[in-house]
Write a protein of this length. Sequence first.
Length: 344
Amino acid sequence: MNLADLNQIARAMVAPGKGILAADESSGTIKKRFDVIGVESTETNRRDYREMLFRSNEAMSDYVSGVILYDETIWQNAADGTPLVKLIEQAGSIPGIKVDEGTQPLPNCPGETITVGLDKLAERLAKYYKQGARFAKWRAVIDIDTTRGVPTHTAIMTNAHALARYAALCQQAQIVPIVEPEVLMDGAHDIDTCYNVTEWVLKETFQQLYFQRVALEGMILKPNMAVPGKKSANKASVQEVAEKTVKLLKACVPSAVPGIAFLSGGQSDEEATAHLDAMNKIGGLPWGLTFSYGRALQAAPQKAWSGKAENVAAGQAAFTHRARMNSLAAKGEWSAELETKKAA
Ligand SMILES: O=P(O)(O)OC[C@H]1O[C@](O)(COP(=O)(O)O)[C@@H](O)[C@@H]1O
């Protein structure tokens, strides 16, 4: 492992004003997104949609440091035969790859899951590296349901262990691991419950990373923010989310980690941007703090595109606008008024 090179890539992923486009929806997830806009999830439609994003020059060159791809996409060519990976590289952005193989029920823990995909991961990473991937992503999913005693320590520990094993294998393959332990927003829990569970999950994750000898300087953390559950009666202000999330991360994430790139987890586009901006306005943070959004970057372009070739420019404009807003938020320079000023 060359740690200096891993560190350089990790720092580029969270360079000031830049963040990550999570375009790694698995087949099931992209079908759900396409269902919303009435588009059939065929291989060609998925390719056309993602090609539209990767050909958004301003967004890809100025605001997007890296793109997380799904296995299908990393091998695909654009309509003119150019590999999609090349489009990303030509824009100055870094290709990355989702390497987990989804979740399975965790034995003895009803309703909880373990993320799988460690078998043969070393071989898969070597192939992805050859294809241009310089970072990878693995998502662990932790649910909150206090009425059933969920999450269990079993689920947290087992998922943290798998994340750490994945991260060690990535670094051995000269690939920067994005470590994503997602505490879901589903449920009626309040923000403090989310805070406490996320603290538990992050503490366990960093312990397991230490046990697997993962170099923190060569990884990126992709956490959820401290937010109330979607069905909670107690809403939280932007400032409360920002203050609690920063406090939580400072208590759990060593400063050797170059950067933290949040998932959006079902927040609205503007909420995800406002929260990131408020955290960066607090300032004095030991790591880069940016976005690695899926839905919060793509909901608007998906709607504008709606599967029609004549809407490609509108889809790209919508994507560029969200990427620009989040770039500003990553510097603490966003304001709600800027949302109405569309692309020049
Ligand atoms: O298809 P999967 O593997 O369930 O992943 C869902 C998505 O979750 C993410 O980790 C975060 O996405 P969101 O920002 O929409 O929460 C994405 O990278 C990924 O595409």
